[in-house]
Write a protein that binds this ligand. Structure first.
Ligand SMILES: [Zn+2]
Length: 144
């Protein structure tokens, strides 16, 4: 485009007010008027800075931590917490018994005791009664 004052071809123009008229003039003529825009405006559109376009596309959002899934322990629900496993484990340790020793006394498998203590399974009533009798705990009401 050309300077509106001197007609010179220009890459960038200055927007100035000369005698109350806004004009697009070249660098040389800009001094004759009062500049409207402080920086010389490019005739062509300036490229949009890249970081404003794709700034948010590569932000890594870490996945939420995996939910602890332990069957029998109830989290984030309205169900009451069943704690027969903890009770049995605590009582067994008070008695100084290993899971294996307790299993032998109950004539059950060690694996079963471990699962009961982790509350992965509920002992059946027969087993629960044996545990109650041997250990002096009350668990029947907790497993029903
Ligand atoms: Zn000019």
């Amino acid at each position: 485009m050309n300077c509106e004052l001197c007609g010179k071809v220009m890459d960038r123009y200055h927007e100035v007010i000369i005698d109350g008229v806004k004009m697009r003039v070249c660098q040389d003529c800009a001094k004759y008027g009062k500049e409207v825009t402080k920086k010389p405006a490019a005739v062509q559109r300036e490229p949009i800075p890249q970081n404003t376009v794709q700034r948010n596309n590569f932000i890594h959002v870490p996945p939420p931590p995996p939910r602890r899934k332990t069957p029998g322990t109830v989290e984030d629900t309205d169900e009451p917490i069943i704690d027969f496993g903890h009770m049995i484990k605590k009582r067994r340790e008070e008695m100084g018994l290993s899971q294996e020793q307790l299993a032998n006394k109950l004539q059950e498998k060690k694996n079963l005791i471990a699962k009961i203590e982790r509350e992965e399974i509920k002992p059946d009533k027969h087993t629960a009664r044996k545990i109650e009798k041997l250990m002096g705990v009350r668990i029947l009401e907790k497993i029903q």
